[in-house]
Design a protein around this ligand. Sequence first.
Ligand code: SIN
Ligand code: CO
Length: 397
Amino acid sequence: MNILPPDFDEAHFLAEFWQKKPVLIRGKKPFVDPIGIPEIAGLACEEFIESRLVVSDPAREKWLVHNGPFTEEFLKALPHSHWSLLVQAVDQWHDDVRAMLKDFDFIPNWRIDDVMISLASDEGGVGPHFDYYDVFLVQGEGQKRWRLGGHVDSNTRILPDTELKLLKDFDTQEDWLVEPGDILYIPPNIAHYGTSIGNSVTYSIGFRTPSVVELLDDLSNDMLQGLHEEYRYTDKAPKRPTQAGKIDAQVGEDLLALLQEHIADTQRLTRTFGKYMTQPKYPYLLEHGSPLTVEQLLTALEGGLPLGRNPSSRFAFYELGQPNNDPAFELYVDGKAFACPVSMHPVLPALCDPFAPEIEWHQLAQNDNDCAALLVELYNQGSLWLIDQSDEDEEAE
Ligand code: SIN
Ligand code: CO
């Protein structure tokens, strides 16, 4: 383990805390930041990276948000206190930051959204708020004070005029000072309020928690393709109405049964979910070169070019059951579902694990057309990259 302490008990954490209660884990010491402050500031100046600056005036209940990218001059001219610079999805850009996620493999990796870094000056922070998702706040250099409140939700009063949806009232129930390497876990809907003590860096590992609205929206879109016009409401037990205009309770029951009949399909639900969970955070980062044919890909693989994952891509798979007594799998990549050729079954977990060693695709693709066709499709949508070692060496120089 790199970050979590050696005696961290995953099973105990999952049973007692995950999605239930906050906990402060005193991490492994000494903690070495995977990225330096100038580099974090540099990322906030990049056009393709999402960043924000929150400038706070807590006494006047004011928190102002500026959206990046920023210029070096602007960042250099910032005052000595009361701001926090947030850089999103640094795991997609920085190998050592991404490596922090290795410790969290006791949670399915398709749940992870990103690692956001906040670089804060003295008194800086994003204000009292809550999130709809779980978060591990890994403290990097410097110190932060975290106040935790109780359970809050969309009915809780928020401050007017702030983009950040900050809480109007904050009832401190726990007050923690965190130091480099400490990890604060906060489940969804728990009020929290962090303020930096001097300059500090926090790595915030956030998770994806689709809302029912999002799932139903995606599911209905997926379902519409297979639903015929003739599937209609029918009067199951026709009866004289008890009163003119009244919709009887039985109608509600019939409607529920009708919709359930069409929705109750675990396979389709999981497909919708798999596609949702693998949607890229920034679809524009799936950019790729000119499309390849199967032959061109096979030639490249034969020439020894490794085929690896785009760090912005998301992969997951699902076992469809055993239709012909053989296991069948579906693969989800960057919001799309694919039937998985049998030859690829053994490498599926490695394909879906950003920390697994590179897969030797050459043999597999050469012996199985379906595998080669799928790899080309994934390459052409930008999810897989041919990694030209000579380019990498040039960049490193
Ligand atoms: C921070 O790191 O200051 C903000 C992270 C969060 O509250 O989720
Ligand atoms: Co938060």
